[in-house]
Design a protein. Structure first.
Length: 306
């Protein structure tokens, strides 16, 4: 059973991958009239049976849109390809496609040139969390604040809303920054399990519980790092300084050798500590690594930058 739709804002959704389908189902459950389009038309069939309307083309979907046009596609290039030929004049475009800050800023300018209003979004959730307020999932939004205010009810039907500013690139920046921190945490977890995994008598379930508790106890370090970064004094309130931590790295590396574990996930971070200490900043905390890291150009071998 779906909620009464007569007073609900209609939504047009382009892209029915796992996340797009989750968004579609959440909007249908909330009673929003929904038009969908996907490059592979058959993906729309289950949603049509549940009340959605399938458009024959992306251009047709956009032309008939009376509410926000939401994009949840593979990448930024897919956005341009999908909307090529569509008349965006007067349309409200909400881009939930994962991309970079620069891509979001360019896409905002691209949309404005075509007469559209634009919001960019970064989804901080996995598909099962969509439409489930208790899950804690939310979406970062940046761009036109008036557009967000106009469609807040629609957007809150699928996940929490976190507006991070008028700069269209900030949602993507927040998104990737948080996911980068998560990636670093996963790297540490991977290394930890590699260290203990070869011990036949070790209870991995018990170790996992201890690991989870330890990481939760360390989480406030993220909040504590903000103040010295804002103030510029990386020695204020330091309890474990870089010199001490850099010295302890020798033990970490020796243990990895003993356990026959590749330390490659940790070495770059350890190298940052070593360099900062060598520059005479051993009395700083970990926040002192941020300006050092931020001053380094990206290696030419990186293929992720476009």
């Amino acid at each position: 059973m779906h909620t009464e739709t007569s007073t609900k804002t209609p939504v047009t959704l382009l892209g029915l991958g796992d996340m797009g389908t989750a968004l579609a189902r959440a909007w249908l459950a909330a009673g929003h009239p929904l038009t969908v389009w996907n490059r592979t038309p058959g993906k729309a069939d289950p949603l049509v049976r549940d009340g959605a309307r399938a458009a024959a083309s992306a251009a047709e979907a956009v032309a008939s849109a009376a509410g926000p046009v939401v994009l949840c596609l593979l990448d930024d290039a897919s956005v341009g390809e999908t909307l090529d030929g569509a008349d965006l004049t007067g349309k409200d475009v909400v881009n939930l496609t994962t991309g970079t800050p620069a891509q979001a800023r360019r896409r905002a300018g691209w949309a404005a040139e075509r007469g559209a209003r634009f919001l960019d979004g970064g989804i901080m959730a996995v598909p099962p969390m969509i439409g489930q307020p208790e899950s804690g999932g939310y979406v970062f939004y940046s761009g036109d604040p008036d557009l967000l205010a106009r469609h807040r009810e629609v957007l809150e039907a699928v996940a929490g809303v976190e507006f991070v500013g008028a700069d269209p690139g900030h949602a993507a920046l927040y998104d990737v920054a948080l996911l980068s921190a998560m990636t670093g945490m996963f790297a540490g977890i991977t290394h930890a399990f590699a260290l203990v995994g070869g011990e036949k008598e070790l209870d991995l379930a018990r170790f996992a519980g201890l690991l989870t508790e330890w990481l939760a106890a360390m989480a406030p370090a993220g909040q504590e790092m903000a103040a010295p970064l804002a103030g510029g004094d990386h020695t204020e309130g330091v309890t474990s300084n870089l010199a001490m931590m850099a010295a302890a790295n020798d033990t970490f590396l020796a243990t990895a050798r003993e356990q026959a574990v590749d330390p490659g996930l940790l070495v770059p971070y350890m190298e940052l500590m070593r360099r900062r200490v060598a520059q005479g900043h051993g009395d700083e905390g970990l926040s002192g690594l941020v300006p050092l890291l931020a001053s380094q150009p990206a290696p030419a071998t990186w293929q992720g930058n476009r």
